[in-house]
Design a protein around this ligand. Structure first.
Ligand code: PCD
Length: 795
C-alpha cells in the first residue's frame, strides 16, 4: 500500500478525491424542490394519525371516551393503551433499558405525553377527532426540578417499577477518588464553580414523522421514517412487534436535520405502525413543532459543580466534577448502553491532568424524557463546557492570561497517543498550534489592550474575550465498548463497480444534511482513481444497504468513512489482478499510482490502465484466477475513537445599560485530521457555531411548577436567525488520526461542543475585573444585566 493520503497533499488530482471542494451532489434535488421527506410520501389509501396528549404533567387516566370522535365523518379508529395491549405494543423499550408507555397505560408522567391516537381519512379530520376525545384525569402533584425530585416528600413518578421508591435512577462515577482527594488536599490553589447546562432541544427544521405500511399479502411492514439509525431501528421494531426482521423495512428518505433528535424511537412511530397493522392501510403520522419540542428527546439538563486543583503557577493537578442529571420521566437517553453518563468522562479536556474524579446522579422528573446527543457525542458537550469554564475560573483566580494558562496545561503534541486520567486514549493532537493560530487570527493582543482601555475609561460598553481549546471524542465504537441495545457500533460500506466503470456505494449511515452523497463518493474517488461524478452513494434503506448503526456522535466519517476506504482498497486489490491480466504482467509487478489514479507495470509507467478499463475487464475478460465482477464489502470496527479539537476565540461587547451582548469577532480554528471536503467542513462549522450561539444566548426548554412546558414552541424557545449570527472567521490545522485509514476525524459536532464555553467565557471576561466568575446560559439580556448589576457594573 502507498500509506494512504497525506495531510493536505492530496488536493487536486482533479478527480474530486480527498481535499477537493466538490459541490454537493445532493443539492440539485434539494434546491429544485425535489427532495423527498417523510411528509412528501403519499400512498394510495393512506390514513392520518393524530395523537391526543395530556394537558397535565402528572395524572392518573381514569377513563378515555372516544365515541364523540368516532361520530365524526372520516374518523376510522381511536386507539388507546387497551388496544395496543392486545398486540403487546402498549410499551416499548428505551435505548437505556427503561420501558416507556407508547400510549399512557395508567399514569401520565409528563405534559403532552401520548394518551390516545385518532386515525382518520385526512389530517384535518384526525385533528378534529383528537379534540373530541374525552379523557378523565385524576391530577397528581408533579415535580419538575431534579433537586426537588430527590427530596423525601417528592411524588414518586415511577411507582409502577419494582423496587422504585423514589425518583433516583442511577449513580455513576469515574476516575480515582482517593488520588484526586489527595491531590486536592496538597494543592496550592483550588477553585470551585457551580453551573447549569440548561435543557435545550435539537429542533430540526423537519419534525419527526412516519408512514407505516403493513402489507398483509407479503406479511411485511415498511416504515418510512425520520431516522438517524435505520438498521438499529429495524432490529428494535422487529423485537418490539414480533414481526421477523427480514419482514421489516425501514426507509429513512431525505431527512431535514437530525441533530440527535432522530436517534430514539418515539411513540408516534409505533402508533403509526400498530394502526397500519390493525387497519391494513398505510398510516402517516407527522408531528407539529410544539409536539416535537415538548415530547421528543431533549438535550443536556445537567447541574454541574466543577473543582480544579492547581499549583500557584496555574499548572492543573486535579479535576473533580459532580453532576445532577435530569432525565425526565423515563431513562431514554440515546447513548451507548454501557455509558449512563455518555462520554461525560472526557472532562479533563485538552489538559494533562494527573488525577480526576467524576460522579453523577440521574433522576426522574415529570418532564419529557431525553438526554439525546444534540450535536454532541453523548454528553461530551457538557464535559467540554465544564472544563473550559473551569480553566477560565482558575485563570481569573490566579490572574494569569487565559491563553497562557491553557498553554501551561495542554497535553504536549509528542505525548500522543495519550491516556487521560479517566482512561481514554486520545489518538492525536496539537493543541498549542491550533490555539496560536486562533490567537493570531483574532488579533488577541489588540483586543486585550482595547479591553483595558475601556475599563480605564469607564466605557458604557465593556469588552470580553473568551477562549475555548476543546477536545472532542467522536466515532463510536469500538463495538466491544459501545453498543446500542446490544448491537455493536461498527459501520459498513458496500462498493460495486459496474461494467462501464461507474460505481454504487451503499453505506450503513444516514445523512440528514451533512453531504454524505458527496463526501463518501470523494473517499472512493480518492482510493480508486475514479472520477467523483461516476460514484453514486445510497443510504437509508434497510432492504438494500449493509447493516450500520447510524449517524450521530459524528461517527459517519470515523467509522463508515473508514469502511468506505477499506472497501475501495479491497476493490483496488482485486483490480490489480485484473490489470495484470489486461497488461499481461505479473500481479506483483502492478502498481497503483495515487496521483494519476492508474495502474501500471513497475518501471514502465506507459504500460498503464485505468479503473474504467479494469471494470470492463472484470466483467468481459476476467482472469481465470478470480471470480467475475468487481465489488467489496467492509464492516469496520474502529480500534479507537477519534479526537478532533480546536480553539475558538470570541470577542464580545457587553452593554452595561441593557445587558445586550454583541459579537465583535468570532474565530474558529478546527482540526479534524485529514479533510475530505473543506467546503462541506466550513458549512458544518458555520451551522454548528450557530447552534452553539443558540445554546449560549437563547435556547432553553422551561417548565413552571405545575409541570407546564413554558418553552415549548418557537415563540418561547428562541432559535437564532441570521440577524443574531455574526460573521465567522474559520481556520484549520491538520493532525491526522493515526488509526483511521484516511487519517480523518469527525467534525460535525465540534463547533456546537466547543463554542458555548468560549461565548460564556467572553461575557464573564467582560466583567471578571469586577469579580464575576460565572454567568448562566442562556445569556439573555436580563441575565447579563443581573450579572452586571451584581458586579456593580450595570448602568
Ligand atoms: N467531513 C469531511 N472531512 C472530515 C470530517 C468530516 O469532509 N475530516 C464531512 C463528512 O464527510 C460529512 C460532514 O463533514 O459530510 C460531517 O462529518 P462527521 O463529523 O463525520 O459527522 P456525521 O456523522 O457525518 O454527521 C453527524 C453530525 C451530527 S452528530 C450532528 S448532530 C449534526 C452534524 O452532523 N447534524 C447535522 N451536522 C449536521 N448537518 C446538517 N446539515 N444536518 C444535521 O442534522 Mo448528533 O449526535 O446526531 O446529535
Amino acid at each position: 500500500d502507498d500509506g494512504g493520503p497525506q495531510p493536505e497533499k492530496h488536493c487536486g488530482h482533479g478527480r474530486g478525491g480527498m481535499g477537493e471542494e466538490v459541490a454537493r451532489k445532493e443539492d440539485k434535488r434539494f434546491i429544485t424542490g425535489r427532495g423527498n421527506y417523510v411528509d412528501d410520501i403519499k400512498k394510495p389509501g393512506m390514513l392520518h394519525c393524530e395523537i391526543v396528549r395530556s394537558p397535565h404533567a402528572h395524572a392518573r387516566v381514569e377513563e378515555i371516551d372516544g365515541s364523540r370522535a368516532m361520530d365524526l365523518d372520516g374518523v376510522v379508529a381511536v386507539l388507546t393503551a387497551d388496544d395496543l395491549l392486545e398486540h403487546d405494543l402498549a410499551t416499548m423499550p428505551t435505548l437505556m433499558d427503561d420501558t416507556q408507555d407508547v400510549l399512557v397505560n395508567e399514569k401520565v408522567k409528563f405534559q403532552s405525553q401520548e394518551v390516545a391516537a385518532v386515525i382518520a381519512e385526512d389530517r384535518y379530520t384526525a385533528k378534529d377527532g383528537a379534540e373530541k376525545v374525552e379523557v378523565d384525569y385524576e391530577v397528581l402533584d408533579p415535580v419538575v426540578d431534579a433537586k426537588e425530585a430527590l427530596e423525601a416528600d417528592a411524588p414518586v413518578i415511577r411507582e409502577e417499577l419494582d423496587d422504585q421508591e423514589d425518583n433516583h435512577i442511577f449513580d455513576w462515577d469515574t476516575g480515582d477518588k482517593e488520588e484526586t482527594e489527595r491531590v486536592f488536599e496538597e494543592a496550592d490553589v483550588t477553585v470551585e464553580e457551580q453551573m447549569e447546562y440548561q435543557r435545550i432541544h435539537p429542533a430540526p427544521i423537519e419534525t419527526c414523522g412516519a408512514v407505516a405500511d403493513w402489507d398483509p399479502g407479503k406479511d411485511k411492514m415498511t416504515v418510512h421514517m425520520t431516522s438517524q439509525a435505520p438498521h438499529a431501528h429495524r432490529t428494535l421494531f422487529s423485537q418490539v412487534s414480533g414481526i421477523p426482521e427480514h419482514k421489516v423495512r425501514i426507509v429513512s428518505p431525505d431527512v431535514g436535520g437530525g441533530f440527535g433528535n432522530k436517534v430514539p424511537i418515539y411513540p408516534g412511530y409505533v402508533v403509526a405502525a400498530a394502526a397500519s397493522y390493525v387497519l391494513e392501510r398505510p398510516v402517516k403520522w407527522i408531528e407539529e413543532r410544539s409536539e416535537n419540542i415538548q415530547t421528543t428527546g431533549f438535550a443536556r439538563d445537567y447541574d454541574m459543580t466543577g473543582e480544579v486543583a492547581a499549583t500557584e503557577d496555574g499548572v492543573i493537578e486535579g479535576v473533580k466534577v459532580d453532576v445532577l442529571a435530569n432525565h425526565g420521566a423515563y431513562n431514554a437517553a440515546a447513548q451507548p448502553s454501557k455509558f449512563p453518563a455518555g462520554f461525560f468522562n472526557i472532562f479533563t479536556g485538552s489538559y494533562d491532568v494527573e488525577a480526576a474524579y467524576g460522579s453523577l446522579t440521574g433522576v426522574y422528573t415529570n418532564t419529557a424524557p431525553g438526554g439525546v446527543a444534540y450535536r454532541c457525542s453523548f454528553r461530551v458537550t457538557e464535559a467540554v463546557y465544564l472544563i473550559e469554564r473551569m480553566v477560565k475560573v482558575l485563570a481569573d483566580e490566579l490572574d494569569v492570561d487565559p491563553a497562557e494558562i491553557r498553554r501551561r496545561n495542554f497535553i504536549p503534541s509528542d505525548a500522543f497517543p495519550y491516556e487521560s486520567a479517566t482512561g481514554w486514549n486520545y489518538d492525536s493532537g496539537d493543541y498549542e498550534k491550533a490555539l496560536d493560530k486562533a490567537l493570531e487570527m483574532a488579533d488577541y493582543e489588540h483586543y486585550r489592550e482595547e479591553q483595558k482601555r475601556r475599563i480605564e475609561e469607564d466605557a458604557d460598553k465593556l469588552l470580553g474575550i473568551g477562549i475555548s481549546s476543546f477536545t472532542e471524542i467522536v466515532g463510536a465504537g469500538p463495538g466491544k465498548q459501545c453498543d446500542i441495545a446490544g448491537i455493536e457500533m461498527f459501520d459498513s460500506a458496500d462498493l460495486r463497480v459496474n461494467p462501464t466503470g461507474n460505481a454504487v456505494l451503499r453505506i450503513g449511515v444516514q445523512t440528514q444534511g451533512q453531504g454524505h452523497e458527496t463526501t463518501f463518493a470523494q473517499i472512493v474517488a480518492e482510493e480508486l482513481g475514479m472520477d467523483v461524478d461516476n460514484i453514486v452513494v445510497e443510504h437509508g434503506d434497510t432492504d438494500t444497504e449493509p447493516y450500520g448503526l447510524g449517524t450521530y456522535g459524528s461517527r459517519s466519517t470515523p467509522v463508515a468513512g473508514a469502511a468506505a476506504a477499506v472497501a475501495a482498497r479491497k476493490v483496488r486489490d482485486k483490480a490489480k489482478s485484473i490489470a495484470a491480466n489486461e497488461l499481461e504482467a505479473a500481479e506483483e509487478d502492478i502498481e497503483w499510482d495515487r496521483e494519476s489514479g492508474e495502474f501500471h507495470v513497475v518501471g514502465a509507467p506507459d504500460r498503464s490502465i485505468t479503473i474504467t478499463e479494469i471494470a470492463a475487464g472484470a466483467y468481459m475478460n476476467h482472469p481465470g484466477s478470480e471470480e467475475p465482477g468487481l465489488e467489496a464489502v467492509n464492516y469496520y470496527d474502529p480500534p479507537e475513537m477519534t479526537y478532533p479539537f480546536g480553539s475558538y476565540i470570541v470577542v464580545v461587547e457587553v452593554d452595561r445599560e441593557t445587558g445586550e451582548v454583541d459579537f465583535e469577532k468570532f474565530v474558529a480554528v478546527d482540526d479534524c485530521g485529514n479533510r475530505i471536503n473543506p467546503m462541506i467542513i466550513e458549512g458544518q462549522i458555520h451551522g454548528g457555531l450557530a447552534q452553539g450561539i443558540a445554546t449560549a444566548m437563547l435556547e432553553e426548554v422551561t417548565y413552571d411548577d405545575n409541570g407546564n412546558v413554558t418553552g415549548g414552541d418557537f415563540m418561547n424557545y428562541l432559535l437564532p436567525t441570521a440577524h443574531e449570527i455574526p460573521e465567522f472567521e474559520t481556520g484549520h490545522t491538520v493532525t491526522p488520526s493515526p488509526h483511521h485509514p484516511i487519517g480523518a476525524k469527525g467534525v460535525g459536532e465540534s463547533p456546537t461542543v466547543g463554542s458555548p464555553p468560549a461565548i460564556v467565557n467572553a461575557v464573564v471576561d467582560a466583567m471578571s475585573h469586577a469579580g464575576t466568575t460565572h454567568v448562566e446560559m442562556p445569556m439573555t439580556p436580563d441575565v447579563v444585566w443581573e450579572a452586571l448589576d451584581e458586579a456593580g457594573l450595570a448602568l
